[in-house]
Design a protein around this ligand. Structure first.
Ligand code: PGA
Length: 264
């Protein structure tokens, strides 16, 4: 069967709040953001918000009651559905809250909390089992970039995470390319460097899951994205959105990133 023609991929701008904002502050940020986004922008661009677990129910309620064009996202989940895992939150719990996207394998979890490729693969499976969409994070350290091993690192993270995942599931997923040295540092990859890695990720997806999955998978860039630097990154042909940390806490700045994406 012939591959489908390359689809227009709907970009996704995701706000990863990390460990910021209590549930009352969350209400203000979501409401302010909703005032700043036009319907033309949210028609063109999908927007997901990833508050801490303590604010998921609150944000779900505002999105539902005000009928906001925002998707709910989580920052992590456990790979088991239930059990004796103190402090953990499972994928079915998130699905019950209408969570659509779950970040998996963020570098802060890999580096600060010892999350391994095996754990990332298991979490990805749990997210898919419960009909949510994983945002799989991959990216290199500064040492790896300087050593010229960026593409190897990203390819190996991707291979490990996608092992045994069906092409249909891969096709619907999101991969976030986040160079670790660019996260929260104010430095970002040049648009050309980000495009080079995004293209390599797309090729890696093609190897793991076939050309059709590679054509459809959405690839975000993440790492110090702001309203002032977003446009040239988001204009790259293999970049379909952004995973935004710090700037997602400021509704004006986050809305400017969405506007930059809508203008692409
Ligand atoms: P940053 O974080 O935008 O604050 O650099 C990005 C991320 O970690 O997702």
């Amino acid at each position: 069967m012939a591959d489908s023609p390359t689809p227009p991929r709907r970009p996704l701008i995701s706000g990863n709040w990390k460990m910021n904002l209590n549930h009352l502050e969350a209400i203000q940020v979501v409401q302010k953001l909703s005032y700043r986004l036009s319907s033309a922008e949210t028609d063109a661009v999908e927007v997901s918000m990833h508050p801490p677990f303590t604010s998921l129910r609150t944000v779900q309620t505002i999105i539902g009651s005000d009928d906001l064009p925002l998707a709910l996202g989580a920052q992590d989940c456990h790979w088991e559905d239930a059990g004796a895992f103190t402090g953990e939150v499972s994928a079915p719990m998130l699905a019950k809250l209408d969570v659509a996207y779950v970040i998996v394998g963020h570098s802060e979890r890999r580096q600060l909390l010892g999350e391994t490729d095996e754990m990332v693969r298991a979490k990805l499976g749990a997210v898919l089992r419960h009909s949510m969409t994983p945002i799989l994070c991959v990216g290199e350290t500064l040492e790896e970039r300087d050593a010229g091993t960026t593409l190897d690192k990203v390819a190996s993270q991707l291979r490990s995470a996608l092992d045994g995942v069906s092409p249909e599931a891969v096709r619907a997923m999101v991969v976030a390319y986040e160079p670790i040295w660019a996260i929260g540092t104010g430095r970002n990859a040049t648009p050309e460097d980000a495009q080079e890695v995004a293209a390599a990720i797309r090729a890696g997806v093609g190897k793991a899951a076939g050309q059709e999955a590679a054509n459809f998978v959405r690839i975000q860039y993440g790492g110090s994205v702001k309203g002032s630097n977003a446009a040239p990154l988001l204009a790259q042909p293999d970049i379909d959105g952004a995973l935004v940390g710090g700037a997602s806490l400021d509704p004006d700045d986050f809305a400017a990133i969405v506007a930059a994406q809508a203008a692409c």
